[in-house]
Design a protein around this ligand. Structure first.
Ligand SMILES: Cc1cc2nc3c(=O)[nH]c(=O)nc-3n(C[C@H](O)[C@H](O)[C@H](O)COP(=O)(O)OP(=O)(O)OC[C@H]3O[C@@H](n4cnc5c(N)ncnc54)[C@H](O)[C@@H]3O)c2cc1C
Length: 487
């Protein structure tokens, strides 16, 4: 009994103050937990939206869906709002909910050790904390991936990753190269082509481009949203349903939905790119949505401007003056942007995480990261991840994913609060069983249909939720306690 009354006073650490960390703080407070600290290594909240400030950045899930369900925003200016607006939204929500003042900025968690029944935390600069529960909201698209290209360090122009855009570098009238063809690269091309002297897009793989317009909301529409907030709630719910239907298509590589998407992308290419040589360069040879689907209303128009070029010859090396391709040509450049994505297998790392019996996460995840329902790991009690390994990642609103996950986590934490246990972690057997089932199902999804993408693990198995989104919602609605060890 003594233990149970002790345990009602749970202390939490939230690691990360991006979308997921802010959400965690708001929900913990609402659930009556007020003893928590939020650790953020940067000096500002926002995660992704703080870090990615490249020209043209916007979300590619409609803004009225890419919003917290409890904080609809009548002020979105566009269907896909620009990054700065999204950053401002998170700052505003965090301030209004009293989250900002509770964030410990400049505090990078370097170590978490489960010892004496609690988590002992240490920051990089030596600050310490002891908590019952850790919520890891450290992000999935967080660690920039740098390509392994010979000579990158010899380039004498300006060189940076798209997630580290250097705004001190002038691009007006300069020769700019972009490596990569994912969503960031496509947004950058459209945004800068008219500002630069020359633009070279170094393409390894062509992308399917979904012709998605980005209309703005008029002042009258926004006034109506302000006046009738229920419209926003309806819009959010409708869009969530639409994306659920889309998810049903993704998990079956031969689904009619995927075929319809591919037809729409192909028609976009056919009507937009008439030059047969360029058409062939830009035509993908894999199924649409196998790689994250790129949305753009104007990429094909941008890349056909006279100062733009798609380079498909393959990069041999980077030299002082530019990029040398395999055909021997030197593409002279002043600025080189690496739009090469993120290391999506770096969940939680480089935090040194030590679980029960001195189990090291680095060893458990030596091969690849995995977790029970993306949230928790056997041997690491009371540690919960948001947007962890193998969760739904393909063209969904990760806000909705995090909200569902947090609702699930709070139900587990309730067991701690009620004193029904003091440590909770999934069993090895349940985790292995689910992971085997997930792996098998993942092979049949669109991401496993034969392309190279960041969705694939070292075995070529998609690192994603391979079932319809309704199943995810159902799993998150109520934990199956038989899968857990309660101590
Ligand atoms: C260019 C781009 C566009 C995107 N567009 C969309 C979209 O349209 N729709 C969508 O759903 N998703 C999109 N995403 C995914 C996006 O990452 C998520 O939607 C969401 O912002 C992730 O929030 P998060 O809080 O989980 O992680 P993050 O935003 O990555 O935040 C993690 C935070 O944790 C902090 N942190 C990490 N490690 C530590 C540590 N050890 N100690 C202290 N702090 C730490 C980081 O500094 C960061 O602030 C996009 C991602 C990118 C890169």
């Amino acid at each position: 009994m003594e233990r149970s009354s002790e345990r009602t006073r749970l202390r939490f650490a939230i690691v990360g103050a991006g979308m997921s960390g802010i959400l965690s703080a708001i929900r913990l407070h609402e659930a009556g937990y007020d003893d928590f600290a939020i650790y953020e290594k940067a000096d500002r909240l926002g995660g992704t939206w703080r870090e990615n400030t490249y020209p043209g950045i916007s979300c590619d899930v409609p803004s009225h869906l890419y919003s917290y369900s409890f904080e609809p925003n009548p002020e979105w200016t566009h269907r896909f709002a620009p990054g700065a607006e999204i950053q401002a939204y998170f700052e505003d929500v965090a301030a209004r909910h009293g989250v900002t003042e509770r964030i410990r900025f400049g505090a990078e968690i370097a170590r978490c050790e489960f010892s004496g029944g609690r988590w002992q935390l240490a920051t990089k600069d030596g600050r310490r904390d002891e908590v019952d529960v850790v919520i890891a909201a450290t992000g999935v698209l967080h660690h920039p991936k740098y390509p392994d290209i010979e000579g990158l360090d010899r380039f004498e122009g300006a060189l940076f990753h798209s997630a580290r855009w250097d705004h001190a570098v002038q691009i007006e009238g300069r020769r700019v190269g972009i490596v990569g063809t994912g969503s960031s690269a496509v947004q950058i091309v459209s945004a800068i082509v008219d500002r630069v002297a020359r633009l070279a897009l170094f393409q390894r793989t062509a992308q399917w481009i979904m012709p998605q317009d980005n209309p703005c909301y008029s002042e009258a529409e926004r006034a109506e949203f302000r006046r009738r907030p229920e419209l926003l709630t309806e819009l959010h719910a409708d869009m969530a349903e639409l994306f659920s239907a889309f998810s049903n298509g993704l998990v079956d590589m031969n689904s009619p939905q995927m075929k319809a998407i591919e037809d729409a992308c192909l028609a976009n290419l056919e009507r937009s790119v008439l030059d047969p040589v360029l058409h062939e360069k830009l035509r993908p040879t894999y199924k649409a949505a196998c790689k994250r689907l790129v949305m753009s209303p104007d990429f094909y128009q941008a890349i056909q401007k006279p100062n733009a070029e798609v380079v498909t010859e393959g990069i041999e090396r980077v030299e002082a003056g530019g990029v040398r391709t395999r055909d021997g040509r030197l593409h002279e450049l002043d600025v080189l942007v690496l739009a090469t994505g993120f290391r999506v297998d770096r969940f939680l790392r480089p935090i040194e995480v030590i679980g029960r019996d001195r189990l090291r996460l680095e060893d458990v995840w030596k091969q690849r990261p995995s977790a029970y329902l993306s949230i928790s790991i056997p041997g690491f009690p009371n540690l919960f991840m948001l947007n962890g390994p193998n969760g739904p990642v393909g063209n969904f609103s990760l806000i909705e994913v995090a909200e569902l996950q947090l609702g699930y986590v709070l139900q587990l934490v309730e067991l701690l609060r009620q004193g029904r246990c003091h440590a909770i972690s999934p069993s090895e057997a349940a985790t292995a069983r689910l992971e085997a089932e997930r792996t098998e199902a993942a092979r049949h999804t669109i991401w496993g249909s034969g392309c190279r993408s960041w969705y694939l693990d070292d075995r070529g198995v998609p690192m994603s939720w391979p079932w319809p989104f309704e199943r995810f919602r159902a799993e998150m609605a109520k934990p199956t306690l038989e899968a857990y060890e309660l101590q």
